[in-house]
Design a protein around this ligand. Structure first.
Ligand code: CDP
Length: 224
């Protein structure tokens, strides 16, 4: 049997992971959050209290790090770290760590290994360009910076924490800048990706759009 990958890339806060999870549920594929893996690695690096300038040490950790997904949770060295990887300190540091080419090589290997033998919906920055250039379908989901920052704010507030729109906006802008301008696997729309601008659209609208593309490209959908 040939397994399929659906790649969903785009900038921070565009709603990729929300859409990717819903799509995966609808078509009974496995959802894999490639960004969560860089976040878990960043957590391990921060917990090891090493010098963040010490690239060799960070690369060393990326070679041995144990990251896995089970039952919709992410495990770092056998522990669930769903909450910790969303902390502020991770947001601030992840893009520096994910820009190191040797780190990317190791994490991409892991991302491919975790996807083996499964139909997968994976979201991230380089899923359609680097991890799975032959993906069955590729989407690039974006939205205006203003809207992405507002969505992130609402998400944080819904989780019971105060959020400052201005801070979040500049943080997202900074992360996008690093992700887009790094030399290795920058955030870029793959030539054969379908562009969806989700500004002003509801989750349901974007989901419908994605599912329609999947169905019209021969993807099997048992819509629940
Ligand atoms: O959810 P959000 O869009 O904020 O980010 P994420 O998908 O959790 O990714 C966190 C960070 O990991 C990004 O800002 C990138 O620096 C890095 N990343 C990457 O380099 N390549 C990927 N395929 C996914 C994430």
């Amino acid at each position: 049997m040939q397994y399929k990958v659906i790649a969903i890339d785009g900038p921070a806060g565009a709603g990729k992971s929300t859409i990717a999870k819903l799509v995966a549920d609808k078509i009974n594929y496995t959802y894999i959050d490639s960004g969560a893996m860089y976040r878990a690695l960043t957590l391990k690096v921060l917990e090891s209290s090493m010098d963040l300038q010490d690239k060799e040490a960070i690369i060393g950790i990326s070679e041995i790090v144990d990251i896995d997904f089970k039952e919709k949770s992410i495990y770092l060295d056998g522990e669930v770290v769903d909450k910790q990887i969303r902390e502020e300190r991770i947001n601030k540091n992840v893009s520096y760590i994910s820009a190191i080419p040797e780190v990317r090589r190791n994490i991409v290997q892991l991302q491919r290994r975790i996807s083996q033998g499964k139909n997968v919906v994976m979201d991230g920055r380089d899923v359609g360009t680097v991890i799975f250039p032959n993906a069955f379908l590729k989407f690039f989901i974006t939205a205006s910076l203003e809207e992405r920052a507002k969505r992130r704010c609402t998400e944080i507030e819904d989780n019971g924490t105060q959020a400052d729109l201005h801070d979040i906006k500049s943080q997202i802008e900074k992360r996008d800048y690093i992700d887009t301008n790094r030399e290795d696997s920058p955030l870029i729309q793959a030539e054969d990706a379908i562009l969806i601008d989700s500004s002003g659209k509801s989750i349901e609208e974007v989901l419908k759009e994605v599912l329609t593309y999947i169905a019209s490209n021969g993807g099997k959908i048992d819509v629940v």
